[in-house]
Write a protein that binds this ligand. Sequence first.
Ligand SMILES: O=C(O)CCC(=O)C(=O)O
Length: 266
Amino acid sequence: MAQSTWNVALLQMDIAIGEPERNYSKLESLLQQAVSEEGKPDVIVIPEMWNTGYALDRIHELADPAGERTKTLLSAFSREHGVNIVGGSIAEKREGGIYNTTYIFDREGNEAGSYSKIHLFRLMDEEKYLQAGESVGQLELDGVSAGSMICYDIRFPELSRKLALEGVQVLFVPAEWPNPRLHHWRTLLQARAIENQMFVISCNRVGISGTTEFFGHSMVIDPWGEVLAEGDGSEQIIRATIDLGLVDEVRKRIPIFEDRRPGLYS
Ligand SMILES: O=C(O)CCC(=O)C(=O)O
């Protein structure tokens, strides 16, 4: 039977640009903190590109080959602590180039899914250095259907709608979303939750890289659009408990999936 509630913990961390060693060690200490304080989480979420930050001009040298280092760390931690981990995303080196990839592990330490960002963000030159993923991110954790997107992806409502139509109830969004677009971040995340009647759980980074400032404000939003938890601009762990039964309740209250007219607009 699918889990009925989840305690989630968002590791809203600073990221040292171009310094994987510092980032792996920061992540390990935050993971320990997440399981040793305030009750055990069911799901831990990490920000986007946490291993390297946007050190794109050195990304070939810094990216994790086949994600092996990251997978070994996350798999061992999730198994040892019986916790699901949505592993933010990392710069991952494959034969075809560098991808911005999320790895997701279940409580037994098995890889439950992976997703490589399909919309590359030109404002940060991603398309010049990275390869785009070619498939959408859908997986099951504790019997719950979940979707995986990354940052800029939330500007494409077609993607979250596709996932919702495939049964997704919880959407995870690791990000490195910078100033001055806090208004877009909060509005788009809430819109994705309301229009698809799903939980949206986002984890953004904090800190400054060069001239770019990242504002945090990681959010847990329920299917009615209520913000259950939101970070400020500091490095912190944000926690919330979500009642997964709310997805069906909201979908029954306003049955948008029955009322759609896809013949007219898809
Ligand atoms: O869409 C935006 O405004 C920010 C997106 C972004 O920073 C990213 O995808 O890395």
